[in-house]
Design a protein. Sequence first.
Lengths: 155, 303
Amino acid sequence: MGQDSSKEMKVAKLCNGTVIDHIPSDKLFKVISLLGLEHFSNQVTFGYNLESKKISKKAIIKISDRFLQPEEVNKVALIAPKAKIVIIRDYEVAEKIQLELPDEICGDVKCLNPKCITNNEPMKTRFIAINKAKGLFMCHYCERAVSTEEMLLKE
Amino acid sequence: MVSTKSLVSISQYDKEKILSILDRAAQFEQNPNQKILEGKVVATLFFEPSTRTRLSFETAANRLGARVIGFCDASTSSTTKGETLKDTITIVSNYADVIVMRHFIEGAARYASEISKVPIINAGDGANQHPTQTLLDLYSIKKTQGRLDNLKVAMVGDLKYGRTVHSLINAMSHFNPTFKFISPKVLEIPSSYKLFCDEKGIKYEETSELNEEAIADADILYMTRVQKERFTDLFEYEKVKNVYVLTNKLLEGTKDNLKILHPLPRVGEIADEVDENPKAYYFQQAQNGLYARQAVICDLLGV
Ligand SMILES: [Zn+2]
């Protein structure tokens, strides 16, 4: 733990806000777009290609002065299920958020079925969880099943 | 999001709802000409042509005294000018009291039901759902067997892509059926439907041989098309196409109460000679669609 925190120091220490740690490095930019961080006006710092014992290369995101709610971050579970999310208040860990697959995913995921209405009409996609343990979702429209591994995020 | 009653998928109907629709259909069979929808407008929007289904719906509406508007060829409609489905449905829902739609795009009816101010009846959305077909299948089963409970249903042919089969499994799950899935290996029932049966405690067997033994104890023989387009390997198709042909000889050892159903059109999986067999029921089955559709239209209009 002591070693870990000294490494985190490479990225600015957070006074208040949300830390998303243990993101596989190659998933960092996907997490950024999934959470829409590019639209945040808060200070956001990223660490990329950090050494990690748990995963080969990890990334970290620190968002100042914003306390993300579980339902806002749960979609991170789709691409980085092992990510750790903590809420920091006054430099201390105030809360750990356990990532859980959401019941519904609206708008972020593309349906893989080219004949699906969502790929043929300007509209939002919607997926409903049918088996969270197996990571299975169903398109609300064409009713095709899709696993989290197969999912494609919308550009 | 507009919330109104629509029929998009058979899975939205529970056991009671299915039985009440079938009872209503039986009343329409007794007396199909009832002017109870006078002054109502039924729109039939067929983005994908299907003469059989369209005529069935339009006859249902006409026999109830409703007026029918719509199109049966999307190439003459505004969709070819690039209009979105949303715009078409929004406009038509200003004119009609109920919209019957068929579309080659999957999920089109679900989306339309979220936009429309009036009920949508899904008359087929690609390979996805066609709930009134399932209701007429159920009606035919109930009418010929006197019940829906505890029946042995053999399903034959394309069980992988056949949407009628999938919807029938879903709807029959309320009635403690036993299934026999008979299909070529390449067209076998998807594992998700086997899982569904397991979860519901429904017994089933699978076999790739259509023979006397496989159908000996069946009450219902549900035949489907084995379509050439489904095969990537045409050699595979040539191998199976003649194996899955129902003949009078195959039917010799079957139960007296057995009835043969087929969603039609057929492409050779039932020999012509079987048409004269008293166990053949597929033409009456198609006619039952009229009564089932009358029942659905009235139900959605609250009449
Ligand atoms: Zn879809």
